[in-house]
Design a protein around this ligand. Structure first.
Ligand code: NAD
Length: 356
């Protein structure tokens, strides 16, 4: 593997830009050459953190020492910054959501194509441990073929008090968190989405959604339920998945969870009826003793490399991107379908876009 360190400038040195700085400092293939932010106070913060603080985007793009930029600005300016940088001959990492619409992203792709430069989107949650555990279960059929996946993130803090409140800046939870959860599902499930049914929530009275629910049906029979909430004072599990042979749960980011499967060794014993509420039920009684096995979650599957290492290898022409732009485009299509379903209160069926 090459040991060349590629110089990158972080454009937008807010919360995520600073975090990228910390992560890239720990990475051997990329090196932070500096940062650029519109705000003077963020330029000072950058200088305090030990980075060169460029005073304009133009200064970044005309610096021949700079090979790439990483865009971590609010979502509405991703497109214009990316296109300028690509035309200036820089490679680009862009934060998610890459753009506000698929048309915007197509313009960015055309610029990358014309310039012969790499454009990669930071769908970093493909590397999340919880997702990689689910991926292991899905691919290895640890609890039998998975037929239903429920993926949720719940908070109780509302929409953060910044540009995420504003439609013009690409705010709202579907674009913010939804893009991660949908990217994970489309990356995992190698099948066409045949229908989407969704609703957005506006409980907090913002002009953008403070959460959403979407049900996706895939051609291979898998159903996915995706939910983002910012008014959930009690949270539901991060993942709840059902397979033919069992059920699994991942509670939270600490990977608390378990798998419960049918005990193949045990004879089928009818459960005993229980009193449930004021009624009696056998159907909803717990399985008889010994009829199920409870186990720890499997170890997560591994991706071929980390995001920054992969980006470095892609610009050197020695690897395929792990986050492919065709996949990013599919997710943007799906987001548009979710907006359409929520806006019309209809199930969206006629996609021309999900063919692989
Ligand atoms: P933020 O508001 O904390 O920071 C954005 C920064 O960009 C600010 O400092 C602002 O001054 C600067 N800025 C705005 N317009 C600019 C311009 N035209 N040129 C240069 N700088 C400009 O926002 P954030 O939470 O850091 O989010 C930034 C991006 O990162 C968003 O796209 C967001 O969706 C993404 N993000 C990704 C993750 C992830 O896990 N992948 C997590 C958080 C945020």
């Amino acid at each position: 593997m090459s040991t060349t360190q590629h110089s990158i400038v972080i454009v937008g040195f807010g919360g995520m830009g600073s975090y990228h700085g910390q992560l890239i400092n720990e990475n051997s293939r990329l090196k932070v050459a500096g940062t650029y932010d519109l705000l003077e106070e963020r330029r000072s913060a950058s200088a305090e953190a030990g980075y060169k603080a460029y005073s304009s985007l133009e200064e970044v793009l005309t610096d021949s020492e700079v090979e790439a930029i990483l865009i971590a600005t609010p979502n509405d300016v991703h497109k214009e910054i990316a296109i300028q940088a690509l035309r200036a001959g820089k490679h680009v990492i862009c934060e998610k959501p890459v753009a506000l619409s698929k048309e915007e992203f197509e313009d960015m792709l055309a610029a990358a194509d014309e310039a012969g430069r790499v454009l990669m989107v930071n769908q970093n949650r493909r590397w999340d441990e919880d997702f990689l555990i689910i991926r292991e279960m899905y691919n290895k059929e640890t609890i039998g073929t998975l037929f239903q996946l429920e993926s949720r993130v719940h908070g109780a803090n509302g929409i953060p008090g910044d540009w995420r409140h504003l439609q013009a800046q690409g705010g709202g939870m579907l674009l913010d968190w939804g893009v991660h959860l949908l990217d994970q599902l489309l990356f995992l499930i190698d099948s066409k989405v045949t229908s989407v049914s969704a609703s957005l929530s506006f409980i907090l009275g913002n002009e953008v959604d403070d959460g959403f629910e979407a049900v996706l049906q895939f051609e291979n029979g898998v159903k996915a339920v995706v939910e983002v909430g910012t008014t959930n004072f009690i949270t539901l599990p991060r993942w709840y998945v059902k397979g033919i042979e069992g059920t699994a749960i991942i509670e939270d980011w600490s990977m608390t969870g378990r798998m419960v499967t049918r005990n193949q060794e045990s004879e089928k014993i009818e459960p005993k009826p229980i009193r449930a509420g004021v009624g009696l039920t056998k159907t909803m009684a717990p399985p008889s003793e010994g009829a199920t096995i409870t186990e720890a979650l499997p170890a997560p599957s591994q991706l071929p490399s980390g995001f920054y290492d992969n980006f470095a290898a892609v610009i050197e022409g020695t690897a395929e991107p792990i986050v492919k732009n065709s996949e990013v485009l599919r997710v943007l299509n799906l987001i548009e379908a979710i907006f359409a379903s929520a806006g019309t209160n209809q199930v969206i069926k006629d996609f021309d876009i999900y063919a692989k």
